[in-house]
Design a protein around this ligand. Structure first.
Ligand code: G3P
Ligand code: CA
Length: 328
């Protein structure tokens, strides 16, 4: 009897877990994944807990965490190695800037970092807010947080809502971390493992722009997570065969996929087709309703990339809007 109960418990646990692969196969709308880029960053200051909770309520498939280590090796959820374009560090710790005039996350302990106020992104030289129609700069009360704190928020909400939203962490500038004697990949993988993110069966996608480091994550650090190789420069799109030796997907800028409009129809590069032939998923960045580029509407932006170009998912500052378009 005892053994039967254990089998039932183990099977129910197994069934309630959603793997990355399964989340691609869910309902038709979820065959295209939506990644909340820095949270619901179109509405609240990026990478704040508030932006993550709001994103969660919008039902994306994944919520993104960009990571930089603090002086005491805590992975902090923040987009840049610098602090001065999203916090009040210059006012609070004026004497702590480096010779280049910048304030670095890595120079502050996690306790110090938590004492800063986080704001909507701005230019540290002029003080001007980057996206003028977003949350007003300097208003509200927002703080930095760690990867662990964010995972606990998302896993806690998964439990209380019954949903299963994944995480999509990115280690930022691993070379800079190595130069400062820190192994951000190793530290991040250990934390992910502590929280149950170990293999492709777990709802986590690990991303990095640095190809050497992502290859190291697979081959030397032996990670079995779903890995996405981010692509910054056009020439990197020629290395797909190599990326396929260690990665499960690529994350290009959407402009590396869309070429131009001819007679009212968008033309595409061969990137998506080439990646698919190698079995690589394509998650393009970054879809912003307030930065449309050459598209005439956000709907056109989303439909052109997700359906006409056939990408598998997108990073967006406006997860609610993409989720709604996919529902239609
Ligand atoms: O990581 C992919 C996406 O987030 C775009 O890059 O610069 O916003 O981290 P970035
Ligand atoms: Ca990112």
């Amino acid at each position: 009897m005892k053994r039967l109960i254990w089998v039932v418990v183990v099977l129910s646990f197994w069934n309630c877990k959603t793997s990355v692969e399964e989340s691609f196969k869910k309902q038709p709308m979820n065959s295209k994944i939506v990644v909340a880029h820095r949270g619901a960053s179109g509405y609240l200051p990026e990478h704040t807990m508030e932006a993550k909770a709001m994103a969660y309520a919008m039902n994306p498939d994944f919520i993104e965490q960009d990571l930089v280590l603090s002086k005491d090796d805590v992975p902090v959820v923040i987009h840049d190695i610098y602090l001065d374009d999203v916090t009040n560090v210059a006012a609070k710790f004026p004497e702590r800037k480096r010779e280049d005039g910048r304030y670095y996350v890595i120079d502050f302990t996690f306790e110090e970092l938590q004492s800063l106020n986080v704001s909507e992104r701005f230019d540290p030289k002029t003080g001007k807010q980057f996206y003028s129609n977003r949350f007003p700069k300097g208003k509200g009360s927002f703080k930095l947080h760690s990867l662990q704190q964010e995972i606990e928020l998302i896993q806690g909400l998964n439990k209380s809502t019954g949903k299963n939203i994944g995480i999509y962490p990115e280690i930022k500038n691993p070379e800079f971390h190595h130069k400062n004697g820190k192994d951000i990949a190793q530290i991040t993988l250990e934390i992910l493992s502590e929280y149950g993110y170990i293999s492709k069966k777990d709802n986590c996608i690990f991303q990095c722009f640095d190809a050497k480091e992502l290859e190291r994550v697979r081959k030397d650090l032996k990670s079995d997570l779903f890995l996405v190789q981010l692509i910054e420069f056009p020439e990197e799109t020629k290395q797909l065969n190599h990326f396929a030796t260690y990665a499960d997907g690529i994350g290009p800028w959407y402009k590396q996929i869309v070429e131009k409009k001819v007679d009212g129809k968008w033309q595409f590069t061969s990137l998506v087709e080439d990646a698919h032939k190698l079995g690589l998923k394509v998650h393009a960045y970054t879809f912003r309703a307030d930065q449309l580029g050459d598209f005439s509407s956000f709907e056109e932006h989303v439909n052109t990339l997700l359906f006409d170009a056939n990408i598998d998912g997108c990073f967006t500052d406006f997860p609610d809007k993409v989720v709604n378009i996919l529902k239609q």
